[in-house]
Ligand binder design. Structure first.
Ligand SMILES: [Zn+2]
Length: 228
């Protein structure tokens, strides 16, 4: 299936970008609830005036934003809907938007520490649902030093198999009084018949054939890149 989002232009050389590509900025306003409508015939959610690019290749409606990267103040906890989807779709680094690191062990991802500080086992990462796009090796080194949720020891893993599974967002339902939010559901697979009612804001991928790696060792001894 052909992606409908273009591959992003890199923000700068790997390891040189201060604010990640996927970060949302305060000037990038989200789309308004008043723009949403129930499509006739129970065909799910739509916009009053839909534009090319409002839907992904599965027909799911995506949140719109205004503005551009760098408008206002960075909101480091929030990933921009379009840029997160671009990075995930094209396996670009979530920080510099250049190609993510890929070796014979797979694509490189970083994960935060668990609340108890324990490192996850491979079986806990196998078939995990991931919303943080991969990274390149130089940016991984910077993130490991700077990101509080990755300290003191970042969890780094590689996945040979990565597949788009579905979307995270806000699930709406039609009622005689208009659209209402279903707060019980935050994410749905593309195979769900309810996904037509999702207002998507993040692409969720499933990772398999996972290997936990020692990031510091890979930084000191880079392995050959694998062909795409
Ligand atoms: Zn990078």
């Amino acid at each position: 299936m052909t992606p409908v989002v273009p591959r992003p232009e890199p923000l700068g050389p790997p390891g040189s970008v201060g604010i990640p590509f996927v970060t949302t900025w305060s000037g990038e306003l989200p789309s308004l609830f008043s723009e949403l409508v129930a499509r006739p015939g129970g065909r799910g959610l739509g916009y009053c005036h839909e534009r090319p690019g409002d839907r992904d290749e599965h027909g799911v409606l995506w949140a719109r934003t205004e503005g551009a990267w760098g408008d206002g103040e960075p909101r480091l906890a929030d990933q921009h809907p379009l840029r997160q989807r671009q990075a995930m779709t094209h396996m670009c680094c979530q920080i510099c938007a250049g190609p993510a690191s890929r070796t014979e062990r797979g694509w490189l991802f970083l994960a935060g520490q668990r609340p108890d500080g324990a490192r996850p086992a491979v079986r806990q990462l196998e078939a995990a649902h991931v919303m943080n796009p991969p990274v390149c090796l130089p940016c991984a080194a910077v993130a490991a030093r700077r990101c509080p949720h990755l300290r003191p020891r970042p969890v780094a893993f590689r996945a040979r198999w990565v597949k788009a599974l579905g979307v995270q967002g806000v699930l709406y339902g039609p009622t005689p009084f208009g659209l209402v939010v279903d707060p019980r559901v935050e994410a749905l697979p593309y195979t769900s018949r309810f996904v037509a009612w999702m207002h998507a804001s993040q692409l969720v991928v499933e990772v398999r054939r996972v290997t936990l790696i020692d990031l510091q060792h890979e930084l000191a001894h880079p392995r050959p890149a694998s062909a795409p």
